[in-house]
Ligand binder design. Sequence first.
Ligand SMILES: [Fe+2]
Length: 321
Amino acid sequence: MNLFRLFTRDRAAPTEPVGQAAGDLAASSALLESLLGMAWVVEARDPYTGGHLWRVSRYAALLCERAGTSRTVCARVSIGAFLHDLGKVGIPDAVLRKPSALDDDERAVIQTHPELGARLLAGHPLAHWAADAVRSHHERPDGLGYPQGLRGDTIPHAALVVGICDAFDAMTSSRPYRSGMPVAQALERIERELGRQFDKTLGKHFLALGAEGLLDHIAGHSDDGIPLQHCMQCGPTLVLRREQQPGDLVYCRNCGGEYRVSGSPGNPPDAVEATGRRGLPQDLAPAADALLIRRFVVDLASAPWSDQPGDAPIDAPVARR
Ligand SMILES: [Fe+2]
């Protein structure tokens, strides 16, 4: 049984014809792809966060797997991780793209994004897969998080996972006002915050993944085997796509600088060189990487999810670690 079968089974009449079920599978995949595409475009508003959603969802899937979370819940958490910052669509550019640290008022504005994300998601047919991660990924076990100031075990499992992965990616990514820290240093920070900012049990699993080098192929990448590139003029990220060929053009989303993709034919692109030109408005419009999103959904849909003990139905209450 696969993930989407579990989803549709929960809603299908037992006598539903096979053709109808297949149609529901396709509809669920399409719904999920469109939702992930919207999250991608929201992320693209911030030129410094290229690949963030992909990395956080990959870290989350690894962490769930290491923690022994059931495969269906694992899939749901990785979808939540991809969607966690959906609410940033409502944050003004002056705050989201501010080139220096935020002051208290600006921090209060950005702290509205989890609840806005939850409101945007409410009513969507797949909302229940991602709502916990979207609403609660900034909650902390010590109660000092937001928006609700939840404590310890009252924080949903998905939110605890995404909270660790999101913070790790933020620490290891560069911002306009600071460089990203090395993986080892970010892991030390997480270790110091176990039981305070981060769930102790999940945090220890994450540290073990880091110690084994299993986070290294994700940190600083925007897809498997594709290292993040940076604008040589102004610094933000340039996200290359697997299907791009040497000679294709990409643009800095901050200054509009044009870059030519390079790399060896037959391999994912892994370098850029500046052309000295600037993109036209149509070159700079954000667009989701539809093929990456399709691969993400196909991987979820084709995984051999089961109804065996420990692999809970998609709508079951989320198991603790
Ligand atoms: Fe967030």
